[in-house]
Ligand binder design. Structure first.
Ligand code: NAD
Ligand code: GLY
Length: 362
């Protein structure tokens, strides 16, 4: 059974199709969206050998001429050198304004291929085919694309909505467990920021979701996509509401930075960040202490870290100053009043931040 969620952005609306075995329908669905007859399939060195042939075959059956480009797997490929290689490949085909780019892979592929589509010839059509759980529930939806600079992550980028997001949930069978669980941190986040029922469903079924990765998982992915679609519909360019998607990310990003990117997967770092944000919420936003404990337990049940001991508060605090939500010197947090309900822009004093850090996260 497949499901469809619409990201409602007027003329730029697009479907997110979710279900097992959908990769074989990619060509037909691209034709339905009038994506074009020539494309570049961008994938990485782990995903292309697994799903590149199926992707190309489906497009070819629908009359699309496709050229495959493979970038090295890993965050370091979101780079200046790799994006220029993609432009070279696009020019060699050549892709014109009626051509399109397919991003087949996790968030790294989605972000760089998305940025290539956003910038090549001032923007061509993009189709996202996410294959990691994180990409399915978060990065492939909503139009954020970009690359890193040596000075920091995602410093170059553009909003460029895809014409189609195709989630073949069968591809999750090959995703390494650690990557899968890290994606689950973002799933838990949707429960905290928007949907108490989803949170309870995760509490009741987490073991099954991680071990079986079948049926119920599709329903969960679809629910996360519905939530993200609604947030993006209301606030496409992060003028306000969209910042709720950053629950747990202020500390999470700082942890990724001080640990040198690579020690923690993104989802692992934000798991620690979400526990911190939950404890701040107990002290400053009326969150019930029992609900903060539920958040910690649910993350622990996925084997996600909920505390760290190797970093000083001072280095983390200094890394947090670089957070995009910081206005002047004050740190702003997304805090929860209850599971399923959060607010943005909550300013917390340094003294309180340090106190909560010392109590809950070390
Ligand atoms: P990733 O793309 O590096 O994928 C994780 C690993 O899993 C890689 O080694 C990849 O090759 C492998 N992989 C992916 N799918 C697989 C599959 N089905 N089978 C086997 N291996 C598979 O990382 P990610 O966690 O998917 O994404 C992280 C990136 O996403 C970061 O660069 C982050 O900045 C970005 N991101 C972007 C947004 C956005 O809104 N654009 C949101 C969140 C994160
Ligand atoms: N991942 C955060 C956003 O899309 O806004």
């Amino acid at each position: 059974m497949s499901r469809e969620v619409t990201v409602d952005l007027g003329e730029r609306s697009y479907p997110i199709c979710i279900g097992p075995g959908l990769l074989k329908d990619l060509g037909v669905k691209c034709a339905d969206r009038s994506a074009g007859s020539v494309c570049l399939i961008v994938s990485d060195s782990n995903v292309d050998p697994l799903y590149g042939d199926a992707c190309e075959a489906s497009l070819s059956e629908a009359g699309v001429t496709a050229k495959r480009v493979v970038i090295p797997a890993g965050e370091s490929s979101k780079s200046e050198s790799e994006i220029f290689k993609l432009y070279d490949e696009a020019l060699e085909v050549p892709l014109d304004r009626k051509s399109f780019i397919v991003a087949l892979g996790g968030g790294v592929v989605g972000d760089i291929a998305g940025y290539a589509a956003a910038s090549y010839l001032r923007g061509i059509t993009l189709v996202q085919v996410p294959t990691s759980l994180l990409a399915m529930v978060d990065s492939a939806v909503g139009g954020k694309t970009g690359i890193n600079l040596p000075q920091g992550k995602n410093l170059i980028g553009a909003f460029h909505q895809p014409a189609l997001v195709l989630v073949d949930s069968d591809t999750l069978a090959t995703l390494p467990r650690r990557e899968f669980v890290a994606g689950m941190a973002e799933v838990v986040k949707y429960g905290i920021i928007w949907d108490a029922e989803l949170f309870a469903l995760l509490e009741a079924n987490m073991g099954k979701l991680i071990e079986e990765r079948g049926g119920l998982l599709d329903q969960v992915i679809a629910r996360c996509c519905e939530i993200k679609a609604e947030v993006v519909r209301q606030d496409e360019r992060e003028g306000g509401l969209r910042a709720i998607l950053n629950f747990g990310h202020t500390l999470g990003h700082a942890l990724e930075q001080v640990s040198g990117y690579g020690k923690f997967l993104h989802g692992e770092a934000i798991a620690v960040g979400m526990v911190f944000a939950a404890e701040l919420s107990v002290r400053h936003h009326g969150l019930d202490a029992g609900d903060a404990a539920r958040i910690r337990r649910l993350l622990q049940s996925c084997d996600l870290p909920v505390s760290v001991s190797d970093y000083s508060w001072e280095e983390l605090r200094s890394a947090m100053t670089l957070d995009k939500k910081t206005v002047g010197k004050a740190l702003r947090f997304v805090l929860a009043g209850a599971i399923g309900k959060v607010d943005t822009g909550c300013e917390i004093s340094d003294g309180v931040l340090k106190e909560v850090w010392n109590v809950c996260c070390q």
